[in-house]
Design a protein around this ligand. Structure first.
Ligand SMILES: Cc1cc2nc3c(=O)[nH]c(=O)nc-3n(C[C@H](O)[C@H](O)[C@H](O)COP(=O)(O)OP(=O)(O)OC[C@H]3O[C@@H](n4cnc5c(N)ncnc54)[C@H](O)[C@@H]3O)c2cc1C
Length: 433
């Protein structure tokens, strides 16, 4: 149980996406009460899939929501998904198989519809503690007590809080309260655009494709472009993300300004034309996309020097939005949420040592997430022939195994907590039990 002094603290989470909700559920599990302030009129996600890796599944199980993700789900078949989850093929010609990557370490891996995932989380949070149409505009220390904060909203209202958790995504407002700068200073175009779509499997089959896109996830490799697919909703839908990267400029120097729209509609013709150098099967798949959307892919870059200032803490994309190429962003946000809740709820955390405890959260999570951020960027290079070894299968497989299996998948559920508590004990902040 948390100490009496942390149990009485008022905790506010800004942003009710997957990371904000997971954080709220994790804090509730620790016996702590929390309110979520969400800018939108209700909880919601875009119509797309999301890959759930072993590290994420372990957290969902610990939070007691895993069964609901499966049940609402998509009739996921994790048994089948475990083997050859990512099947690498060349994008060109007849899409020759490069190799099958089985991500089966520890837990199984699968894809779900984002809305199902979010719904499962929503079902575990007390709706009376969710406040909608609350777009945070600032987080300001109180003059009378700088370790308390006023969180202000666009509707002119405000709340006071002892701990403010910024889970407000890549364009985070709360980030500004941590960095002391305009939040968009750490928001950069990644030089990659992604066409995202969900397509009925029946339409894909009718188009005469030979590849069975329901049998696994696929990643079609190409020079400065690649296409990923995986089945969701029991294989009735295929989630497609098709990437194109401009490598003529270093990141941060591309012409797209920070204020450029994140998403614009795209036509089927535009999408298929982008992949004219790909083989027939993928072009047939892409021709089934009726309304693609083209996403300018932004990331948090340059990196933050800290995820924490005082008692204001960042989790998820607000802290470390990364390139999507390892499918790790939400999972990393859930790892943040899990550790943060374990630390705030730790019996030795008190109102007096809270800021030191949060600094350890920052140390542990910033190191890991920024490492994976680099891995995600590197994975994009690997898929698009920009690694020094081109498309060499052995090197590619070795490096991706390192990222997916050793770094991400093998991460122990309580590994971060053990590391953090060990450091708190070494520094005399926690007593050695
Ligand atoms: C193409 C693509 C594919 C991806 N695939 C995967 C994958 O397979 N696996 C994976 O783990 N990750 C994946 N990711 C990354 C993942 O989607 C993100 O890391 C994750 O959704 C971030 O969650 P979040 O809760 O931090 O932010 P968000 O989901 O952005 O949620 C932020 C919430 O805060 C609210 N908000 C924003 N501003 C304010 C404000 N000022 N006040 C109040 N509320 C506010 C928003 O309305 C929203 O509800 C992918 C990303 C992309 C773009």
């Amino acid at each position: 149980m948390p100490s009496e002094s942390t149990r009485t603290l008022k905790i506010v989470i800004v942003g009710g996406g997957v990371c904000g909700l997971a954080c709220a559920i994790a804090l509730n599990k620790q016996g702590l009460e929390v309110d979520i302030y969400e800018a939108a009129a209700k909880f919601g996600e875009i119509g797309a899939g999301i890959g759930i890796g072993g590290n994420t599944i372990a957290i969902l199980k610990a939070l007691g929501v895993y069964e609901d993700v499966l049940a609402r789900g998509d009739g996921v078949n994790p048994e089948r998904a475990q083997v050859g989850w990512v099947r690498f093929r060349y994008g060109a010609d007849d899409h020759a198989l490069v190799w099958d990557h089985s991500i089966g370490i520890g837990e199984k891996t699968f894809g779900v519809h984002r809305a199902s995932f979010l719904d499962a989380l929503v079902g575990h949070f007390d709706q009376t503690r969710a406040h909608f149409n609350k777009r945070c505009t600032a987080v300001i220390p109180l003059k009378s007590n700088p370790s308390r904060y006023e969180v202000t909203f666009a509707d002119g209202t405000s709340v006071e809080a002892d701990i403010v958790i910024g889970a407000d995504g890549i364009k985070s407002t709360v980030r500004g309260a941590v960095t002391g700068k305009d939040p968009l200073e750490n928001f950069s175009f990644s030089n990659t655009v992604a066409y995202r779509a969900l397509v009925p499997t029946s339409a894909v089959k009718s188009a005469g494709t030979k590849i069975d896109y329901t049998e696994a996830g696929f990643l079609f490799l190409g020079k400065n472009k690649h296409v990923t697919t995986y089945p969701i909703r029991s294989g009735s839908l295929i989630n497609i993300v098709a990437f194109v990267t401009d490598r003529t400029l270093p990141m941060g120097q591309a012409t797209l300004p920070p204020g450029a729209p994140q998403v614009v509609p795209a036509t089927t013709e535009e999408l298929v034309a982008e992949y004219m150098d790909f083989g027939e099967d993928v072009r047939k798949l892409l021709s089934c996309v009726p309304n693609a959307s083209r996403w300018n892919m932004f990331v948090v870059h340059p990196f933050l020097d800290s995820f924490v200032k005082g008692r204001v803490v960042l989790v998820g994309d607000s802290a470390h939005a990364m390139p999507v190429h390892l499918g790790a962003g939400a999972g990393q946000g859930l790892e943040d949420a899990y550790l943060l809740a374990r630390l705030i709820g730790h019996p030795q955390t008190t109102a007096d040592n809270l800021e030191d405890v949060l600094k350890i959260y920052d140390e542990v999570r910033r190191t890991r997430t920024q490492h994976i951020w680099h891995g995600s960027m590197r994975a994009g290079d690997i898929y698009e022939g920009a690694a020094e070894y081109g498309f060499s299968h052995d090197e590619m497989a070795k490096e991706l195994r390192y990222w997916w299996d050793e770094v991400i998948g093998n991460h122990k559920l309580d590994g971060d907590t053990e590391t953090a508590v060990g450091r708190l004990q070494e520094r005399g902040i926690f007593a050695v039990e």
